[in-house]
Design a protein around this ligand. Sequence first.
Ligand SMILES: [Fe+2]
Length: 211
Amino acid sequence: MKVIKVEAKKFSDKILSMKGISKKTVEEHLKLYQGYVNKYNEIQEKLSALKDDDFVKANQVFSTIRELKVELSFAWGGVINHEIYFSHLGGKGGKPADSLLKQIEKDFGSFENYKKDMKATAISARGWVWTGFNYREGRLVNYLGDSQNTYSMWGVEPLVALDTYEHAYFIDYGVNRGGYVDSFFENLDWKVVEENFQDIVGCCGEGCDCE
Ligand SMILES: [Fe+2]
């Protein structure tokens, strides 16, 4: 495997002064993100250094190549999930505008229904909740993961990522995950989410440059 080194992204300073999600929580959380970046790079190095013997000994119960491939997926999930998460925090909450709000209302009935579904999905998850766009069905869906790399839905691209691991809220909320989810929405920067949405579906709404 060719090594393509990932570098940790810098995020807005606004994520260090949010309401309801403390600076301490974010600072500790960013250390975990850096850890995923480091491990992703380390695993790539190990994959690139595999010997013929490692390929010969490939085994589904235990083998070096199996363990590296499994953890590559986990580390990559940790990188991407946290980059979406930190990039769209530090905002003022509220509602999205224009085409994204219309899409949410079409797919969930109302913005309130979307948030209700997202909160319940978050409380049901053991790792992550995403809002993703299902390319084939042309609609948004809220889905959950019990770790960084489960349960991906093929052909669904995430535009919102909500971390439900305890490290994301336990300092501030203890076991009250619902309170944390409310704070997540109060600090969500919908402008960033709208940009994610436009990157996925292409810009064709009011104010866009597209023909
Ligand atoms: Fe996390």
